[in-house]
Every structure is written in C-alpha cells, then in structure tokens.
Design a protein around this ligand. Sequence first.
Ligand SMILES: Nc1ncnc2c1ncn2[C@@H]1O[C@H](COP(=O)(O)OP(=O)(O)OP(=O)(O)O)[C@@H](O)[C@H]1O
Ligand SMILES: Nc1ccn([C@H]2C[C@H](O)[C@@H](COP(=O)(O)O)O2)c(=O)n1
Length: 222
Amino acid sequence: MNKLVVAIDGPSGSGKSSVSKAVARHFNLQYLDTGAMYRALTWYCLKQQTDLTNPEAIIAAAEKFPLHQGTSPDEESIVVGETDVAEAIREPGISGSVSAVASVPRVREILIQMQRDAIAAAPRGMVAEGRDITTVVAPDADARVLLTASEEVRMARRGLQLGGTQSSSDLQKQVVQRDAKDSKVNNFTEAAEGVALVDSSDLDFDQTIAAVIAAVEKQINN
Ligand SMILES: Nc1ncnc2c1ncn2[C@@H]1O[C@H](COP(=O)(O)OP(=O)(O)OP(=O)(O)O)[C@@H](O)[C@H]1O
Ligand SMILES: Nc1ccn([C@H]2C[C@H](O)[C@@H](COP(=O)(O)O)O2)c(=O)n1
C-alpha cells in the first residue's frame, strides 16, 4: 500500500490524541489533531471578541482563520497568525466554549475542507482523529476506529492528566457535559458500519495502542 489513512474518533478523554500519536509513529505516518483546529478557532474568536452566540460572526472568523498546524506525531505545533497557541487552547475556558464554535454547520464545512486538504497533502499518509473523521471527513479511510472508554474511566484519566487539580464537577463539565453538546452534531459513541470499536476501559495505555494497531492491521489486510 502506497499511502495509509487511519481515522480515529471517540469521546473526550478516550485517549484519541495520545493513542493516535503512538499509532502514527508505529506506521511512520503524520498525525492530525482536528480537535486542536476547533480549539484554535475558538481561541481566535475569543481573541477578537467575536460573539459566540452569533453564528455569522463565527463564520466570518473561520473564513479568515490564519492557522498553521504541524502534523508531526512527535512535536505539537499550532500557530494562529504569529501566536503559538499550543498551550492556550487546552485551557478550561477554551474547552468550555469550543462546542459553540464546532456546532455551526458552515464552520464545520470550512474546517473539514482544511482537514481533507491536510490528509491529501501527507505523502505517506496520516492518522487523523476527532469526532467525525470515520463518518464525515474520511469515511473512505483505509482503517477506521472508534476508541471509547466508560465515563468514569475517562473522567479519572482527564483528572490525572490535569494533575489532580480539578474538582469532580469541573471534570464532569469538561468531559460529560462537553460530550453531550458535541453529540448533537456527531455520533461518536457508536461505531458506524465498518468502523472497528476499541473499548479501552479495562486496558492500560500500551494495551490500548496494541489493540488499535491490531484493528488497523486487520482492516488493511482484509
Ligand atoms: N488506555 C489508557 N489507559 C490509561 N490512560 C490512558 C489510556 N489512554 C489514554 N490515557 C491517558 O488519558 C488521558 C487522556 O487522553 P487523551 O488526551 O489522548 O484523550 P482524548 O480522547 O484526545 O481527549 P480530548 O478529546 O478531550 O482531547 C491522557 O493523559 C492519556 O495519557
Ligand atoms: N472532528 C472534530 C474534532 C473536535 N470537535 C470539537 C468537539 C470538541 O469539544 C472540540 C475539541 O476537541 P478535543 O480537543 O477535545 O478532541 O472540538 C469536533 O466537533 N469535531
């Protein structure tokens, strides 16, 4: 196979980003974090004091969104205009606002086109992860995986990732309530036809990577 495209979706805290990077390294592919794109656009809107209750204003921002995103699985690079936003886009303020931006259909069209362009431009191929990669962005990917885990496990992982600083109600907002809003736009809790389901609730990190690699190999060798 000349080029390999792997699509991975899943809910918040399921391990999409960390597992996708490891899978990209394993297959020597580039990596696209599409959630980071929605987060960076949210940062850009907030920076310009765009009214997030006004879809037209968000669309106007998306149409001139100066995003420069790296696709190395080893080094995150996400710059808006001249500003490195890699850390800023992970702040709870962005997590709390991003669903408003991601739920505007025209905004999704613009970012989906950017995502398809990035996949097309990757010479060896790419692991792209998000909420609608297996179903909308790249339904014809060579391998498609829905990575999930129970709500309790995902909140615990996110809590550990944030250094134990978040209350359980903060974690509930960042994981469960955000998923509820995002689910109105895409179904990322059930695997679409032809998409392999990997439930990592009872798997450690290395076992999860191995399970996703096995699912990809099974699909590409079929
Ligand atoms: N199987 C696993 N066992 C234990 N920890 C895991 C496992 N998978 C991922 N993690 C850890 O869980 C945390 C959340 O993972 P990650 O950020 O990759 O999730 P995500 O699905 O990309 O979340 P979001 O969509 O909210 O960005 C990370 O600290 C990661 O190392
Ligand atoms: N393909 C995608 C990717 C992400 N989103 C939205 C939904 C999330 O709340 C937000 C941030 O994503 P994360 O960094 O948590 O993976 O972006 C989406 O709608 N479609």
